[in-house]
Structure formats: structure tokens, C-alpha cells
Design a protein around this ligand. Structure first.
Ligand code: ZN
Ligand code: ZN
Ligand code: FE
Length: 762
């Protein structure tokens, strides 16, 4: 007989791990105990026969519950203490030295869903039904260990029935921390704008059917919901939110409903049904039966399946099987999550479906799109706080960039990225960032930072915040160039130590003070090098150009035609009239270009695509991030003829050489847009291949916001793989700017390992 103490780390709390350990211990006739530790790890002590202990260890790794991740198992022989039986002990605050974390919020499981609609079950129609295999986790946790008393379920003492299940090792709810029932748990109620109680879920569903807009408190925050098949509330919601064009996400009751309006590939179906239940961007059917105003001018629509009891019950009572489900906030504000803050959306919703469980950590729905693998556009509910491994074990806070931002905390060879934060240029969002960083640091007990990584951009609020924290805690700051971070995020996730990276992006602050965004970058043992880029073109009005694609177009025309550009621009009356002061403004724009006044220079892929969107009369104003380029892709997706436009091969990629070819073409704008996509992809790919040959690097990757573009990514992969190289892009870390902090963490690690010099990084 022998005894061992075992420390298990990974994702082992909040996943039914202790009951699982209990079952395999009892089965193998072992005695001792299991308990949660304060660092999200688990401690086990077992006594018994040698062969039983061996079987136990094997099963610990191979038979763990579906949501668990067993990463490290540390064993130490102990003295035999003759425990009378095996039991689950109270958690202790102490730490086992592992690197553990609680799981993300998990969609309702099939067992709970069956009980939810079983009239004989005591949780029939109870929206907060959960078990050890499902339910909220990250959104309700205050601190570790993951015990009920450390979650917002602490406000609801269990009734006898719930307590009995909770303490019965044979029950599915044994130690399910957020478990409750209609007698003891939280509940929903419906209010009008004056706080008058109008009922519950059934009444809310009826109001949605009748065309009203209902604010629904859910898992990570509030949604604004209305009937997605009914044009009038959809348009009313746009008007009230002052959100003209930005697509709304929708929730459909099941896959069959989704198939009525969009195509679903098998990988998309799997992601839709996964426990993460993200919003997946799907291709609209050719005869799209829903209102165009859901996603105006786009060939895709963001769709998700129900993920909590409340959603299933609403659809049960509703005639509508498709709802708009958009985060409840004005553009660029954090989503509302607290009952006492619904005043912020009083003017938007007609009715309010509230519940009395506190949301501790705000967490938006995640968004993914399949484009050469799973591209995560917004990494939040269902993903956070699961980490990504990296080779450096330093403790680093990396704070991201500005738009669509998030932060990461790295420790013990893992990058823990925070939930989606948003545009930190706004004060309210910056406050959310600060709060989220503090909460994540306390969950991870990350209080010995070695480095803070920030974007090189001196004016970003996030960079300033990094310097503030550095002053208080006396930690070194590392500035990281935006696109270096994009490329490094691929190295972190895909485990390559050298790469030729194509950064296709809107904008990032360049090391020469210009606006970068179309870069080929190598990172290897020789350091970081910007090898090639889109040849600079002028952007008259600097920042204004990001809102008015016609300004980017004027800049490109000027680059090609000089003083004749103004005459040529007159061929595009739609572009001219899209400027705020029309013709008069255009004349000023060309004067600016001629005299170099208030003109910035850019290598941005996004701005180039914007210019083409304007030229082809596809989109003339950016009302949300990426809009003109996304609409251009939608037009291009209807093209089918490759016009073989050419970009001259040189040191850099001169995209302006496409302009004369486009102007001379008599083809449809669909074919022109399609061909522009192909040519820019080929130019990037062939330049990257030449650099890879010269340097002897075998992996070529791409990152940046343009990597959500399906046509460009497909063509780049085709060309690169044809040349015998492997092409990689991230599938876990976002390719857009909420992936920046992960890349900053990786470069921070390289810097602390003396693999890079400070002035090289940013
Ligand atoms: Zn369940
Ligand atoms: Zn109960
Ligand atoms: Fe970026």
C-alpha cells in the first residue's frame, strides 16, 4: 500500500472534476480526499494498492469530463495516514503552484435541455437550469477557488432539494456551483419603461412577436431583441440606436431555421453547436428571405443558436423563430450588464426582461468566421479565460491597441487574453478595460509583473494606461509596433520560431511615423525586419480618410496622375458627392495633396480597399469598422472572371499600379472587385515567397483585420502552398486588433529572453 499527493492543473474547477475524481477513486478502492485550491487547481490525496493507483492515474488523464483540460499532474509520495474513506473536502485558499483557470461560460447541455421541457421535472421551464457540465462560469465569478460563495450565486441559498443533489456524489449536480431551482434560485420578470411588472418570459415572447423591442438580461450582459423577420422593429431599432448600417446578429431557434436563410458548411455547423455557441458569420442564401436591413450590403450574416434556458423558453412561447439579438449598448459604449443601468437604454427598448442574478464579469457574444480556418473576430463568451500556450514563462501585462481591443496577462508559459473590451478611445470603455484587467489579475494572482507591453502609438489611451500602471508598480514598459504584434500572435499560437508574416490591416502606427497596414515582416533569430510593404500613398486629411473612402481614392489618383488627378476624379461623381462639402471639398483635397498640407502617408491595405470601394460606388462612408472593405468583398464575391490585373514586382508592392487597369476596364464592378482582391493577394503572396526563399524560412503567415476577407485569404493560401510553403493563420487568437495583446505578450517574452532589443520592437 502507498499514498500520494497529486496536484492537477489546467481547467479543473467548474467542470465537474471533483465528482469525477471521487467516482474513479471509489471505483479503484482508494481512500483520501480531493479539494479545490485557491489558484484554480485541484489537490488529491490517495491511499491504496499500487495497481489501483496506477489505474486511477490513467483514468485521471484519459477519462476527464468533457470541459476539463488536464495539463499537469504532479505526484509526490506521502506518508500513509489511513483515511477511512474517499471524500470531497471544503476548498482551501492555498495554491498548489500550478497554472489553472476556471472554464469559460458554457452553453446549456443536452441533459439540462431535456429536463427544461419535461413537465415532470422539477426544473420544468426554469431558465437558470444548469449542471456540472454546463452553465455560466467566468461571468459569475468574483474570486477563486470556484465555489458558490465566490460567485454571484452566493446570493441564493440552496433549498433542501437542491442541497440534496449538490451533496449526492451520484447526482449530475453534485457540486455544481451555480445550481438552483425555481424555489431557491434567481428569477426573471418583465417590466415596462416605468418599472411596472408585466409578467415573465411568456409575456416577453408575445411582445417580441407583436413587433416590440425587448431588452433581455442574459449571461454576460443585456441583449436588445426583436422579431428578425419583421422589417419595422428592425428599422426602428436602427433608428433608436443611431446605428445606420452595422449588421445585427441574429439568434435562430435551431439549425433548420438557419438553413432557410443561409448556407452552412460542416465546420460552421460544428462551431454553431459547440459549447461556445458563438455568432458565426454565414453566407446569406441567394434569395435571402429576411429583411435586408439586418446586414445591409453584406453577403454574410452573423447567426447564433440559443445558449441558455431563457433563449429556449422564449422561442418556445414565440411564433417567431428568429430574433435580432444585438448587444445592448450605443455604438462604442460597453454593453449594459446591471439592472440599475438600464436607464442607459431606456430610449431603445420598449420592455425590459430582467433577472436578479448579478453579472460579475461582462462578456459579449463571441464572433467567428471561417476563412482559411476558424478566424475569431471577437473572442469573448465561450473562449475567455482559456489560455493559449507560449514558450516564454514571464509575467507580462499586454494592453493591446485601441479599436476592438482586449488585454492579455501572461504567466507560466500561457497567454490569458481578456474578454472583448471595445474601442478604448472612449472613456467608458477605458474604465471597463481597467476593471477587467484588475479582475483577471486577481483571478490569476498576477501581482509580480515583469513587463508591460503597449502599442507604439503614443496617443492611445491603452498605451497611456500601460505607462500609468508602470509608474505605480515600477514595471518596465515595452512599446510594440502594431503589425509586429499581429505577426507575433501567429508565432504564439502556431508554435513556430521564425516566420515571414503578411500583415494586412487597416492602420497601425509605423516606426517611421507613417500609417502602416500592408507589411511583410520577418521575425527570426536574426530579429525583426520589415522586409517590404505596400508603397506609400497619400491620405489627404489623415484621420478623415478613414471615414471618407473618397479621400483615399483622391490620394491614390494623385499618386498616379499628379495634377491630372482632379480631372479624373470628376469621372466619379458619387465619390465627390460623398464628401461632406462635395465638389468644393474635393478641390481643397487636391490643393492639400499638391502642397502636402495635412497629408499623411500610408501603406494600409484597408485604406486601399476603401478607395476601390469608393471608385466602384460600393461604399462611401465608414459607419463601422471595416465597412467599405467588407462591402467591397461582398460585391467581389459575386464576381467570377479573373481579369488578371497586375501589380509590378519590386521591392515594395505598388497597389496604385492597379488604378489605370481598373479605369480602362469595361467589366462589371463585381468582376473588377473580384480581380482587385486576387491581384493584391498574389502580390503579397509572391513577395512573401521570395523573402522566404532568400531567408530560408519555411512558414508564411498572415494576420491583421483584412485576414477576415475570404477571397484574399483563399488566394494567398493557394499561391503559397503551390510554391511549396506552409501557410498559417490563427484560429484561436483573433486576427484583428483584439489579437494584438497576445502578440505583444509573445514579443515581450522574446525581449525578456534577450532575443530582441528594445528599439527593434517599437
Ligand atoms: Zn447541464
Ligand atoms: Zn432549489
Ligand atoms: Fe491592426
Amino acid at each position: 500500500m502507498r499514498a500520494f499527493k497529486i496536484n492537477v492543473s489546467g481547467v479543473v474547477q467548474g467542470v465537474g472534476f471533483r465528482p469525477f475524481v471521487y467516482r474513479i477513486a471509489v471505483k479503484n478502492k482508494l481512500r483520501g480526499y480531493v479539494k479545490n485550491l485557491g489558484d484554480a487547481g485541484v489537490e488529491i490525496v490517495i491511499e491504496g494498492e499500487n495497481e489501483n493507483i496506477e489505474k486511477f492515474i490513467g483514468e485521471l488523464r484519459s477519462k476527464a469530463p468533457p470541459l476539463a483540460r488536464v495539463e499537469r499532474v504532479k505526484m509526490k509520495e506521502e506518508e500513509i495516514k489511513n483515511y477511512p474513506k474517499f471524500e470531497i473536502l471544503e476548498s482551501s485558499g492555498h495554491c498548489g503552484g500550478g497554472d489553472s483557470i476556471i472554464p469559460p461560460d458554457v452553453a446549456i447541455c443536452d441533459d439540462c435541455l431535456r429536463e427544461l421541457f419535461d413537465p415532470k421535472d422539477r426544473r420544468y421551464m426554469y431558465p437558470f437550469i444548469v449542471c456540472t457540465n454546463c452553465g455560466p462560469r467566468f461571468s459569475i465569478i468574483e474570486s477563486l477557488p470556484y465555489d458558490r460563495k465566490n460567485t454571484s450565486m452566493a446570493d441564493f441559498p440552496m433549498c433542501d432539494d437542491c442541497m440534496e443533489e449538490y451533496t449526492n456524489p451520484m447526482d449530475r449536480r453534485y457540486h455544481a456551483e451555480p445550481t438552483s431551482c425555481s424555489r431557491c434560485g434567481p428569477h426573471y420578470w418583465l417590466e415596462d419603461g416605468n418599472g411596472k411588472n408585466l409578467g415573465g418570459l411568456e409575456e416577453a415572447a408575445k411582445l417580441i412577436d407583436e413587433g416590440y423591442i425587448v431588452a433581455i438580461k442574459g449571461i454576460g450582459g443585456f441583449h436588445l431583441a426583436c422579431d428578425a423577420k419583421n422589417e419595422s422593429p428592425v428599422e426602428e431599432l436602427r433608428r433608436r440606436l443611431r446605428r445606420k448600417e452595422q449588421p445585427f446578429a441574429i439568434m435562430a431557434s435551431n439549425l433548420e431555421e438557419i438553413r432557410k436563410f443561409s448556407y452552412i458548411t460542416s465546420e460552421e455547423e460544428e462551431e454553431l453547436k459547440s459549447y461556445r455557441r458563438p455568432i458565426v458569420l454565414l453566407r446569406k442564401r441567394h434569395n435571402f428571405p429576411l429583411p435586408e436591413s439586418l446586414a445591409p450590403g453584406l453577403h454574410t450574416i452573423g447567426v447564433m443558436l440559443p445558449y441558455a434556458g431563457v433563449h429556449y423558453i422564449l422561442f418556445h412561447y414565440s411564433n417567431s423563430k428568429v430574433y435580432v439579438m444585438t448587444s445592448a449598448n450605443y455604438p462604442d459604449f460597453p454593453m449594459v450588464k446591471d439592472n440599475d443601468k438600464i436607464g442607459e437604454i431606456k430610449d431603445v427598448a420598449d420592455y425590459f426582461l430582467l433577472h436578479n442574478r448579478r453579472i460579475v464579469n461582462r462578456i459579449d457574444d463571441s464572433v467567428v468566421r471561417f476563412s482559411e480556418g476558424r478566424a475569431v473576430i471577437r473572442r469573448s463568451r465561450g473562449f475567455v479565460p482559456l489560455p493559449v500556450d507560449m514558450p516564454f514563462s514571464h509575467e507580462i501585462l499586454s494592453i493591446g491597441a485601441e479599436l476592438m481591443n482586449t488585454f492579455s496577462i501572461s504567466r507560466g508559459g500561457k497567454i490569458y487574453s481578456g474578454q472583448y473590451i471595445g474601442n478604448t478611445g472612449k472613456i467608458e470603455v477605458l474604465e471597463f478595460l481597467k476593471d477587467a484587467i484588475a479582475r483577471m489579475r486577481s483571478l490569476l494572482k498576477a501581482d509580480n509583473l515583469e513587463l508591460i507591453a503597449v502599442d507604439s502609438h503614443p496617443l492611445y489611451n491603452s498605451s497611456k494606461l500601460g505607462f500609468e500602471i508602470s509608474e505605480v508598480e515600477n514595471v518596465e514598459v515595452l512599446k510594440v509596433q502594431h503589425h509586429y504584434a499581429h505577426i507575433a500572435s501567429i508565432m504564439a499560437e502556431k508554435k513556430v520560431d521564425e516566420i515571414v508574416g503578411i500583415a494586412m490591416d487597416a492602420v497601425g502606427y509605423g516606426l517611421d511615423g507613417k500609417t502602416w497596414g500592408g507589411e511583410i515582416i520577418t521575425i527570426s533569430s536574426e530579429g525583426i525586419r520589415r522586409e517590404s510593404h505596400i508603397s506609400y500613398f497619400p491620405l489627404p486629411g489623415g484621420d478623415l480618410a478613414s471615414y471618407y473612402p473618397a479621400r483615399s481614392l483622391a490620394g491614390l489618383l494623385y499618386k498616379v496622375y499628379g495634377r491630372d488627378a482632379e480631372e479624373i476624379m470628376r469621372r466619379f461623381p458619387h465619390s465627390i458627392s460623398s464628401l461632406r462639402y462635395g465638389e468644393r471639398e474635393m478641390e481643397i483635397v487636391f490643393k492639400q495633396l499638391e502642397h502636402g498640407i495635412n497629408v499623411s502617408y500610408s501603406s494600409s491595405t484597408g485604406r486601399f480597399l476603401d478607395a476601390i470601394a469608393s471608385l466602384l460606388d460600393v461604399s462611401h462612408y465608414r459607419s463601422y469598422e471595416g465597412e467599405p472593405a467588407m462591402k467591397l468583398e461582398s460585391i467581389a464575391s459575386r464576381g467570377n472572371r479573373d481579369l488578371n490585373f497586375e501589380i509590378e514586382e519590386g521591392e515594395n508592392i505598388d497597389v496604385s499600379s492597379l488604378i489605370p487597369q481598373i479605369l480602362e476596364s469595361r467589366e462589371s464592378k463585381e468582376n473588377i472587385a473580384y480581380s482587385v482582391h486576387l491581384s493584391i493577394a498574389r502580390a503579397f503572396a509572391s513577395r512573401a515567397i521570395r523573402i522566404a526563399e532568400e531567408k530560408g524560412i519555411t512558414s508564411i503567415g498572415a494576420s491583421g483585420g483584412v485576414c477576415y476577407n475570404g477571397i484574399i485569404m483563399r488566394e494567398i493560401r493557394r499561391v503559397i502552398e503551390k510554391a511549396g510553403y506552409s501557410f498559417i493563420a490563427t484560429e484561436e487568437i483573433p486576427r484583428g486588433d483584439n489579437g494584438i495583446s497576445a502578440g505583444q505578450a509573445y514579443l515581450g517574452g522574446m525581449y525578456l529572453e534577450n532575443m530582441l532589443k528594445k528599439n527593434e520592437v517599437g
